[in-house]
Design a protein around this ligand. Structure first.
Ligand SMILES: Cc1cc2nc3c(=O)[nH]c(=O)nc-3n(C[C@H](O)[C@H](O)[C@H](O)COP(=O)(O)OP(=O)(O)OC[C@H]3O[C@@H](n4cnc5c(N)ncnc54)[C@H](O)[C@@H]3O)c2cc1C
Ligand SMILES: *[C@@H]1O[C@H](CO)[C@@H](O)[C@H](O)[C@H]1NC(C)=O
Length: 407
């Protein structure tokens, strides 16, 4: 069988990592990105062992490990510094990897450099608009400039507001959850954190939580942030206008600071406008299928599942999609595409469903009152299912099972 030819729409973290994962399986691909360069929405992301194991297998981890802040636990404390809970985001000893907090742009730049070294092509300024034809063998689509392209498989890695997804779900529009994350970055020394006080930390008060998370290799900068409850969302232009009013966000971060320990007041005392980041949370309902009827169009990453931020798994789960998908395509000459895709989606959806549970558990801890009124139970969180998956073995044993059945 000739190798498959894959087109990837979107050069976010999903699209870039997918290209590298496919390359490792000797599957050729091209990335098409609507913007003139990879989108950098700013800020840092937290990577946990499940994702780091994947980045390690793709040769990325060793190149980025020392370019971010390595840590193991997040603490939850109350206003007077009493420890409420310790959440493991990584552990070298238990899960093989410490957690890594790294600027998105650092990660993107490293991925782009690797693409270049491996001669994987990425075309900027090409905006996907619609699929024009799908057959049993290939798919043809159109770009905004009117040109068309054909490939064996088209992968939508084009984010939460995915256009590729419209082909599978013409009527689906992500819904605004009414919540947004408002964060800023300030120098760590500005906080005057008491000696011995562990960061990252989420400080809980009856008025909500305040996050402090170190970034930069040496932890010399911290992200600070709160969640903002707001009514309606906006359209794109509306969000742009809303986000332009930086003073309003500074005010929001400063609001109620006196209910928090002194370091929070220090943290919000001086916030540079260009270090403010606002992340409105959108939700996509659980999708029945991540592939078209004829299986030539596939979605993954945020396009397939928008994961609320509570447990910090958004991008980590996208890496899982990508890696599993590439491993399975590497076996495409042995098993039917239809079986491959249903195994992939089932496997991935099961983990996403558990991550949704983890998110809810995290939220309940942050909103103890809501837990009491909703009658939901705060369960023990055990994380080895999340941090110790073995994608390679799972793919291998599934493929072997298929082959045995056929013989
Ligand atoms: C402010 C902010 C902070 C976040 N912090 C965290 C965090 O700490 N931890 C975490 O796990 N997650 C975090 N997330 C979520 C995380 O960013 C997403 O899960 C992740 O970016 C998804 O990657 P993706 O590649 O699937 O999509 P995206 O990053 O959205 O990339 C999609 C790409 O597709 C391109 N594109 C879109 N439409 C088209 C088109 N029609 N044609 C061609 N190209 C197109 C876009 O330009 C973009 O480059 C955060 C999100 C935001 C907004
Ligand atoms: C923090 O928890 C301790 C122990 O439960 C309690 O004594 C203290 O009042 C709490 N402080 C705040 C500000 O809630």
């Amino acid at each position: 069988m000739a190798p498959l030819n894959i087109a990837i729409i979107g050069s976010g973290l999903s699209g870039l990592s997918l290209a590298l994962a496919l390359h490792q399986q000797n599957i050729p691909c091209t990335i098409y990105e609507s913007r003139p360069a990879s989108l950098n929405i700013g800020g840092a992301v937290m990577l946990s062992p499940n994702a780091l194991k994947i980045l390690d297998a793709l040769g990325i981890y060793e190149r980025v490990r020392d370019k971010g802040y390595n840590f193991e636990t997040l603490e939850y404390k109350n206003g007077s510094g009493e420890l409420l809970e310790v959440y493991e985001f990584g552990s070298k000893e238990k899960y093989g990897y410490e957690a890594l907090r790294i600027y998105r742009t650092v990660l993107i730049d490293e991925l782009l450099a690797m693409l270049k070294e491996k001669d994987i092509s990425i075309v900027f300024g090409k905006k996907f608009t619609k699929v024009v034809a799908e057959t049993e063998n290939d798919v043809t689509w159109e770009f905004q400039d009117g040109s068309t392209q054909t490939a064996d498989i088209l992968v939508g890695a084009d984010g939460i507001h995915s256009t590729v997804r419209c082909y599978l779900y013409p009527d689906l529009v992500p819904a605004f959850t009414g919540m947004a994350g408002v964060t800023a970055a300030v120098p760590t020394k500005q906080l005057k954190i008491p000696t011995g006080y562990h960061i990252p930390v989420t400080i809980m008060t009856p008025n909500g939580g305040f996050v402090i998370a170190p970034q930069e290799v040496d932890g010399s900068e911290v992200l600070i942030g709160k969640q903002k409850r707001m009514g309606e969302g906006f359209d794109r232009a509306g969000w742009d206008r809303y986000m332009a009013d930086k003073d309003a966000f500074v005010e929001f971060l400063q609001e109620g600071a006196s209910n928090f320990p002194e370091m929070v007041q220090n943290a919000v005392s001086h916030i540079p406008h260009n270090k403010i980041n606002v992340w409105p949370f959108y939700a996509v309902p659980k999708l029945e299928k991540w592939a078209s009827e004829k299986r030539r169009v596939i979605i993954l990453g945020d396009a397939a599942h928008a994961i609320p931020p509570s447990a910090g798994q958004g991008i980590n789960q996208a890496f899982e999609d990508v890696y599993m998908f590439a491993l399975l395509l590497g076996q495409a000459d042995k098993v039917e595409m239809q079986d491959t895709l249903s195994f992939w989606q089932d496997y991935r959806q099961k983990r996403i469903t558990k991550v949704m549970w983890l998110n809810r558990q995290t939220d309940l801890r942050r909103m103890p009152k809501e837990a009491q009124t909703s009658g939901e139970i705060i369960e023990e969180i055990e994380l080895s299912w999340l941090y110790l998956p073995n994608f390679k073995d799972d793919v291998e044993s599934w493929v072997n099972g298929k082959l045995e059945k056929r013989d």
